[in-house]
Design a protein around this ligand. Structure first.
Ligand code: PGA
Length: 253
């Protein structure tokens, strides 16, 4: 297998110290028990929990990531966090360009690309999120929108090792709705083609493309079995140890 499955939890703005630490510990213990060699697990808690989550998962293979970063290394950017700071406290990954940031914080492809570039240059791996809105889907523009987002937000220094793409249809996030498996495979295969054109076939073959948007234990198996789906970016279902691990279990082929 050239691509190792990645099961990533995006906790979003959830978790106070006590329950956040308990969740990180719970996932870490289960990851240790599972002892998987074919699958990596990652949690992306909010900034406030990163340090304590790092301690909670110590000694296990569970990895730590953040949900955003600034493109500058340091300086006058009130309220922002740099990739260097994330790396300093033990993060291996950072998510950039989530649709909630594209929408709520008006993030452009250009800005997302700058963030991804900064993170990669710092030594972090990035998960770059893309995906169409419901109106775009209805207009038959899914693949065009995703292609433009890849063109605009994936930096030239991305490769199969340092970059993961997460396809998250905006209308599927937190709604309980998902595209059909045929639709998901079609989009993922198209994404890989665009990546091949941009970064070369070898990088495209190595790059993991995650599906995200209402992934849960009951639909994970069929989604994760698709040839171009290399894992999941999981929101709601990553907040319960049992659900998150059940999705991991569903990735076993
Ligand atoms: P969801 O969120 O699993 O709650 O739909 C996924 C995401 O936004 O990353």
């Amino acid at each position: 297998m050239i691509r190792k499955t990645l099961i990533a939890g995006n906790w979003k703005m959830n978790g106070l110290l006590e329950d956040g630490i308990a969740l990180a510990k719970g996932v870490a213990q289960e990851v240790k028990k599972a002892g998987r060699k074919d699958c990596e697990f990652l949690i992306c808690p909010p900034f406030t929990l990163l340090s304590s989550a790092k301690k909670a998962i110590k000694g296990t293979k569970l990895m730590l990531g953040a949900q955003d970063c600034h493109y500058a290394e340091k300086g006058a950017h009130t309220g922002d966090i740099s990739a260097k700071m994330l790396q300093d406290i033990g993060c291996q990954y950072v998510i950039v360009g989530h649709s909630e940031r594209r929408t709520n914080h008006y993030e452009s492809n250009e800005l997302i690309k700058q963030k991804a570039e900064a993170a990669i240059n710092t030594g972090l791996k990035v998960i770059i999120c893309i995906g169409e809105t419901e109106a775009e889907k209805d207009a038959g523009k899914t693949i065009a929108v995703c292609s433009a987002q890849i063109e605009g937000s994936v930096p030239e220094i991305s490769n199969g090792q340092n970059t993961v793409i997460a396809y998250e249809p905006v209308w599927a996030i937190g709604t309980g709705r998902t595209p059909t498996t045929a639709e998901v495979e079609e989009v993922h295969a198209a994404i890989r083609k665009v990546v091949a054109k941009k970064l070369g076939r070898a990088n495209a073959n190595k790059m993991r493309i995650l599906y995200g948007g209402s992934m849960k234990p009951s639909n994970a198996k069929e989604l994760l079995a698709l040839p171009d789906v290399d894992g999941g970016l999981i929101g709601g279902a990553s907040l319960k140890v049992a659900d998150f691990m059940a999705i991991g279990e569903a990735s076993k082929q």
